[in-house]
Design a protein around this ligand. Structure first.
Ligand code: FE
Length: 356
C-alpha cells in the first residue's frame, strides 16, 4: 500500500516537473475512472405499475441476496409514454406491470428486448410468456364469478357463458367492459367460441345487468352485499384483499357475502390474466434486470406473490398459499396469454357495439 502511494507521488512529481498539465489530468482521469468502475454500486432501475407496498418486499429480498440495489419509479399510468419519450436515454432497465394488455403495449412499441434465459423458460410455462421472450408472466390472477351466498344456489352457475342466460336478468353487476380485465376476459371467450358467439354473449350479458357498468371489482362485491345484484365478475386477489382488510373492515363484510365460482371447470378452465415484466431495449443494467426477473420466478418470490397479494404463482413447482388453496383448486384456461392481447382489439369493438 505504502509502495503504491510512493509510486503515485513519484509519477505526480514527474508530471508537475515536466509541467505537463494535460498528461497530469489524463492520469488523474484514469485513476478516478478505475475507482468508479470498481466501486460503482450495482443497481437496477425498475419502472413499475405495481404498488410499492406490494413489490418492495421482493426487492429488499433481492438486494439482500445479490447486493444489487433496486431503484423503483412507481406510477399509476403513463409509463409507456414516459419510456417512449425518454428513448435511448431512459433510466428504465425493467418494466413491471399488471395485465397482458399493458405488457403487450410495450412490445408493440418495440421497447422490450428478447431475453434468452433458461431459468425463465424453465420456471414459466410457455403459455405464460411471450413467444419471442420479450415479456414474462410473474403471477397469475383468475377472473372468477362472485355470487351471493344467500341468493345464488351452489352449482346454479358454472360457465362464464351462463352470464348470458336470461334467468339472470337484472341480477348481474360488472365494471365497464372496456376495462383491461373485462376486455381480456372477452378475448378469451372469442378464442373459445368465435367472434359471433362472443358478441351474442356480450350483448345478452349487457341485457342482464342490474345497473350500468360502474366501479371497480370490489364495488361489485359491495353491490352484492347491498342487494343491488347477485352475481359479479371479479379477480380472485380482491377476494383476499377484502377478506383481510384491516383498514376498511366493511370490505370484510362484502367478502363474507359472496362465494367464489371458478368457471368452465368441465371444459376449457377459468380465464386467467397475468402480472409480469420485461427488460427495456435500452437497459443500462441488463444483466441485473435479468437477474431480478429470474429471482421473481424462484420459489421464495413466487410464494410472496401468493401470501402478500393473493396471486397465483406462475412457477408450477411452487404451491399457492394455504389461503389460496382454501378457495379451492381449479382448472385454468391454458390459452396462450399472448392470444388475449392479439384478440383485444376485436374484443374492444364488440364491447363498443354492445355498449358494455
Ligand atoms: Fe386489479
Amino acid at each position: 500500500m505504502l509502495g503504491s502511494i510512493t509510486l503515485i507521488i513519484n509519477i505526480l512529481e514527474s508530471f508537475v516537473m515536466k509541467k505537463n498539465l494535460v498528461k497530469f489530468l489524463v492520469f488523474f482521469g484514469l485513476v478516478f475512472g478505475f475507482y468508479e468502475s470498481v466501486y460503482a454500486k450495482s443497481e437496477v432501475n425498475v419502472y413499475s405499475y405495481r404498488q410499492p407496498i406490494l413489490i418492495n418486499p421482493f426487492f429488499e429480498e433481492f438486494t439482500k441476496l445479490t447486493g444489487i440495489e433496486v431503484n423503483v419509479l412507481h406510477a399509476k399510468k403513463g409509463l409507456l409514454e414516459r419510456v417512449l419519450a425518454e428513448g435511448s436515454n431512459t433510466q428504465a432497465d425493467l418494466i413491471l406491470t399488471v395485465d397482458i394488455a399493458r405488457l403487450s403495449q410495450f412490445v408493440q412499441n418495440d421497447l422490450l428486448m428478447e431475453i434468452n434465459s433458461n431459468t425463465l423458460t424453465e420456471n414459466i410455462p410457455s403459455y405464460l410468456r411471450d413467444s419471442n421472450n420479450k415479456w414474462f408472466a410473474l403471477s397469475k390472477r383468475a377472473r372468477v364469478l362472485a355470487v351471493s351466498k344467500e341468493r345464488v344456489a351452489e352449482d346454479s352457475i358454472k360457465n362464464i357463458e351462463d352470464l348470458a342466460d336470461s334467468k339472470w336478468k337484472g341480477k348481474i353487476c360488472t365494471r365497464p367492459g372496456s376495462h383491461d380485465y373485462n376486455r381480456s376476459l372477452l378475448a378469451s371467450i372469442i378464442a373459445a367460441n368465435g367472434e359471433v358467439k362472443a358478441e351474442e354473449w356480450a350483448s345478452n350479458l349487457v341485457a342482464n345487468l342490474a345497473r350500468k357498468p360502474e366501479g371497480n371489482d370490489r364495488a361489485q362485491a359491495k353491490a352484492i352485499h347491498e342487494g343491488v345484484c347477485d352475481i359479479a365478475v371479479m379477480n380472485t386477489y380482491y377476494f383476499g384483499k377484502m377478506k383481510f382488510n384491516e383498514k376498511n373492515p366493511e370490505q370484510k363484510e362484502w367478502a363474507e357475502s359472496i362465494n367464489i365460482v371458478f368457471t368452465n371447470q368441465d371444459n376449457r378452465g377459468n380465464h386467467i390474466n397475468v402480472a409480469g415484466g420485461g427488460v427495456v431495449k435500452y437497459a443500462k443494467n441488463k444483466a441485473n434486470a435479468i437477474a431480478l426477473l429470474e429471482f421473481l420466478t424462484q420459489s421464495e418470490a413466487q410464494t410472496l406473490y401468493a401470501t402478500m397479494n393473493y396471486e397465483y404463482p406462475v412457477n408450477p413447482s411452487v404451491s399457492p398459499s394455504e389461503e389460496l388453496n382454501s378457495w379451492g383448486e381449479f382448472k385454468e384456461d391454458k390459452l396462450p396469454v399472448e392470444r388475449l392481447a392479439e384478440l383485444a382489439p376485436t374484443a374492444q369493438k364488440i364491447i363498443d357495439r354492445v355498449g358494455w
